[in-house]
Design a protein around this ligand. Structure first.
Ligand code: ADP
Ligand code: MG
Length: 699
């Protein structure tokens, strides 16, 4: 008897070469792996049409027709096999350009065939080229349904492992293991929620009887996938004893934070900031390690919230570290935080790659003996040499740029207790994605901007109308405002990049002879970059020409115009991020998206979305729908391969919520998955991890 664990070599007629390719190309070893290789699409063969009802360019269509005649025609490369079929309603021509001899041998005049293919019209005649065909038997009607299509690689096709062959192998595998598939979900779950049986779902995802069956099978397997993922993620929060990791208790609300609020803070926190700060306080005094993600739009004031947390830590005798993705951003944080904490008696320090050796040595000493309370810096500060006296809190800003590895290293840094962790995302992401990516983090959302922010007027502008655009910008400059001009990074060619930036720079200098134009790009020496940014920040330069280096961080409230050249080259979240650089001070701000007349469909959606809304969360939803989770910047930059086989985070949100609730409930009862009814589930999760979906260090 075969089981899911049996090796694929038990399948009939499979060659050693094919066995090897299955392993190498798609990671399939066992019958279970093979059955877990789901179709990416289905061909609907539920419908048989009369020839009369065939329509041109209407997708693949299917008829039952009798072969009337065949003939070879043309010479050389034009050589082809033409066949004429008919049914009661009309005639259909079919043509083959490849494999003529083989097809010719198969076809028998007077026999009825099932033909399936795309339909075109040639000289008033309906025609199919290279249809798939098979002899009609009543059995065909029985199994006519949704035919699975499988992804294959070139190598697989060469070795005759094309989609149809995979379907045959999978059908055989399903037959072999029938009745032996044990359900890893506990039966109370299956029964309570009337989930279909696993064996049935596996068979039906490949060979569904009809659409409702496919839907049901898919639902069951999507649930399995998300449920397993959530359990894996949630278990990261749990130590070997089955309890959530302990964290240092911050029970003193503290003089420092009080003084900060009453003396140093020049404005009121927004409602949303207040709520999130409260959530953080609760975490920090719970005695458990905090792992919290703060999501908030550009300019929503995440840094300030993080600072509150750091002050609470300081008030409780603990050190904090704030990590930023770039040096410029770290410097800005350091400057603004230094201002905020002036006179509070807190010692803050900046550590980056360019901190001179001597200062660095001193700083490291200060961290080790506890004199330095707030450390702000870049990646450099997670080098192994950095030792803290008592690190209580780690804040990671613009999280997407940090890979899991780096975060994992952070985790281990705490001595007796793991430090509290606060992660801030640069780009809002939809809740479903956040849950899938950062399932073991609590999520806080700052869904409100500080008062006084004016919505930004976004205008789509064609290159041809640049003259007009320059005029508008000039009006703003005349009113004493400043403007950004951003050029895309063309990754394939850093040279081209610089060229288009240079050209833009020269042109702007000509267009605006009475204004100062500064330029920054990624390949400038840090001092020059700093100098140019400084010129713009201080108002000495009115125009800043740049590549996307200004994407994160920089804060120039007087800038009211953002012009994005070649806007179609930017991703949605990037566009949104860039636009967030303006609208911080001026009465009214503008964002111009400059493109060619001709735009791809997806680019059009991106630009339209930007014109229609300022809401980062809405934009993130559109992005998710456009690109799918795997391609989202948030996903790629997080360094996590989100290997979802079936689930679609854009559309399976409700199922994800359901899976999350179920996973939480299960772990609350049995955190180490020790109950007998969870034995198979635990094994399944382990096996999934080994399959390559190692979620253990996500978060
Ligand atoms: P984010 O990191 O979320 O993009 P920041 O923390 O950089 O946003 O804040 C953007 C700007 O808004 C900063 O200049 C900050 O000082 C200011 N700010 C933050 N919170 C408030 C508030 N409640 N009221 C007014 N201004 C605020
Ligand atoms: Mg920020």
């Amino acid at each position: 008897m075969q089981t899911l664990q049996s090796h694929v070599s038990v399948l009939r007629g499979i060659t050693p070469k094919q066995v090897e390719l299955l392993k190498r190309e798609i990671g399939v070893d066992t019958l279970g792996d093979l059955i877990g290789y789901y179709p990416y699409r289905y061909e609907d063969r539920t419908q048989f049409l009369a020839i009369r009802d065939l329509r041109e360019a209407n997708g693949k269509q299917q008829v039952i027709a009798t072969l009337q005649s065949t003939r070879m025609a043309g010479e050389g490369r034009k050589r082809r096999l033409e066949a004429v079929f008919s049914d009661d309603s009309g005639m259909l021509a079919c043509v083959w350009f490849r494999g003529l001899q083989w097809v010719y041998k198969q076809l028998k005049i007077g026999v009825r065939y099932v033909l399936f293919g795309g339909v075109e019209v040639y000289g008033h005649r309906l025609s199919m080229s290279h249809p798939s065909f098979e002899v009609f038997t009543p059995a065909v009607l029985q199994r006519a349904g949704l035919d699975p299509l499988y992804e294959t690689t070139e190598r697989m096709k060469v070795a005759k492992l094309q989609s149809t062959r995979l379907a045959v192998l999978i059908r055989e595998a399903l037959g072999l293991v029938q009745g032996t598939v044990e359900d890893y979900l506990p039966s109370y779950l299956v029964e309570e929620h009337r989930l279909p049986e696993l064996g049935w779902a596996l068979a039906s995802i490949h060979f569904p009887a009809d659409r409702p069956a496919l839907k049901l099978a898919r639902a069951r397997l999507v649930f399995d996938e998300l449920f397993t993922l959530q359990i894996s993620l949630l278990r990261n929060r749990i130590g070997a004893d089955g309890k959530q990791y302990a964290g240092q208790r911050c029970t003193k609300s503290g003089v420092i934070i009080h003084e900060f609020y009453s003396r140093n803070l020049p404005f009121e926190l927004t409602e949303a900031q207040r709520r999130v700060v409260h959530e953080i306080y609760e975490d920090m005094r719970s005695g458990l390690q905090m792992s919290r993600l703060i999501q908030g739009d550009v300019g929503s004031g995440k840094t300030l919230v993080a600072l509150c947390a750091m002050l609470v830590a300081a008030g409780n005798g603990m050190q904090s570290a704030l990590m930023a993705p770039t040096e410029i951003l770290a410097q800005q944080h350091y400057k603004s935080i230094s201002k905020f904490i002036k006179g509070l008696g807190i010692v803050a320090a900046l550590l980056t790659g360019s901190t001179p050796a001597k200062a660095r040595t001193q700083l490291l000493k200060g961290l080790e003996n506890g004199v330095v309370q707030l450390l702000i810096g870049t990646h450099a500060l997670i080098e192994d040499r950095v030792q803290f006296q008592n690190l209580g809190l780690i804040v990671v800003d613009e999280q997407q740029r940090f890979g899991v590895d780096q975060r994992a290293r952070l985790w281990g840094k705490g001595a007796k207790y793991l430090p509290h962790i606060l992660v801030m995302t640069a780009t809002p992401i939809p809740r479903t994605l956040a849950m899938a990516l950062y399932g073991d983090l609590q999520i806080s959302v700052i869904d409100e901007l500080p008062p006084g922010r004016k919505p930004i007027v976004t205008v789509h502008c064609y290159k041809e109308n640049r003259g007009k655009l320059y005029g508008w910008v000039e009006q703003e400059l005349r009113a004493g405002r400043q403007a950004y001009f951003v050029y895309p990074l063309i990754e394939e060619s850093a040279t081209l990049d610089l060229e288009s930036l240079e050209v833009g720079y020269q042109r702007l200098k000509e267009v605006y002879p009475h204004y100062q134009v500064a330029m920054v790009h990624g390949r400038m020496p840090p001092e020059e970059k700093e100098a140019a940014m400084q010129a713009f920040a201080s108002g000495k330069a009115q125009i800043l020409v740049s590549t996307t280096v200004i994407e994160v961080g920089v804060d120039v409230p007087n800038a009211s115009v953002m012009v994005i050249e070649e806007a179609q080259r930017f991703g949605l979240s990037q566009l949104h991020q860039l636009r967030g650089r303006v609208g911080r001070g001026a009465e009214k701000s503008y964002c111009f998206l400059v493109t060619d007349y001709k735009l791809g469909k997806e680019s059009k959606v991106r630009i339209d979305t930007m014109v229609q809304t300022n809401d980062g969360f809405k934009i993130a939803e559109v992005d998710l729908n456009l690109r799918g989770a795997g391609d989202l910047e948030g996903t790629q930059q997080s360094g996590i391969a989100l290997r979802l086989r079936l689930a679609n985070l854009a559309t399976d949100g409700p199922m994800l919520n359901f899976a999350r609730t179920q996973a939480e409930a299960l772990l609350a009862r049995d955190p180490k998955l020790e109950f007998p009814e969870h034995r198979l589930l635990a094994a399944h999760i382990e096996a999934e991890k080994n399959r390559g979906g190692d979620y253990s260090k996500i978060g």
